[in-house]
Ligand binder design. Structure first.
Ligand code: MN3
Length: 228
């Protein structure tokens, strides 16, 4: 029995109502899913000169904070009854655009922040082997991932995923992610790059290629390796 079903059953028994009747959401207290914002693991200026402090501050405190608030508002308004984020994305087609877009924005940025750190070594060990096995070399992987990020017209994300044991590269529009069904790319995300203009415009203006080239300097490969 899923946690929520258990809660509903328990509440129904407790208040003595038939299973078929509608239970007000208030009866469940805080049982609706709530997205939370993962703190940044570094100061805003830590990724300078590649990602500037003002971009990090605005990106984290305005854009990401808004996605978190808005998805939680949508979950409340739509009474979205899921037990975790994976379940939320698996059934995202049933929700409003507000829930989908802000849910993606909430999750994607939590994932993205962890994937960056002040400079460190490139991919090591098993991850380096996996990238070479799938794409020829780490350099070739970076070329292909960069191409996916450059090829995403307008706002979106580039992804490295593991899908049925295979590493794949792709991109999504808006705040969609590979956990959402029915997209060109699916699987467990290993690495993500935000290519919305808000991620780079202050420093790089329209030069997305320069932003991507700089971003490779701050990829947290240890974190990518954990996802594999
Ligand atoms: Mn963003």
């Amino acid at each position: 029995m899923k946690r929520r079903d258990f809660v509903e059953t328990t509440v129904r028994s407790a208040v003595g109502v038939a299973a078929a009747s509608v239970i007000p959401a208030s009866a469940f207290g805080n049982s609706l899913l709530k997205f939370t914002q993962t703190p940044l693991g570094f100061p805003y200026a830590a990724l300078e000169p590649h990602i500037d402090a003002m971009t990090m501050d605005i990106h984290f405190n305005r854009h990401h904070t808004a996605y978190i608030k808005n998805v939680n508002d949508a979950i409340e308004a739509e009474k979205i009854a899921v037990t975790d984020e994976l379940e939320f994305f698996a059934s995202v087609g049933k929700y409003s655009a507000k829930a989908r877009n802000n849910g993606g924005g909430a999750w994607n940025h939590n994932f993205f922040w962890k994937l960056m750190k002040p400079s460190g070594p490139g991919p090591q060990g098993k991850l380096a082997e996996a990238l070479s096995g799938a794409f020829g070399s780490t350099e070739k992987f970076k070329e292909l991932f960069t191409a996916a990020a450059m090829g995403r017209f307008g706002s979106g994300w580039a992804w490295l995923v593991k899908d049925e044991g295979k590493l794949k590269i792709g991109s999504t529009v808006n705040q969609d992610n590979p956990l959402m069904p029915g997209l060109d790319i699916k699987g467990t995300p290993l690495l993500a790059l935000d290519v919305w203009e808000h991620a780079y415009y202050l420093k790089y203006q329209n030069k997305r290629a320069d932003y991507i080239n700089a971003w490779w300097n701050v990829v947290n490969w240890d974190e990518v390796a954990k996802n594999i």
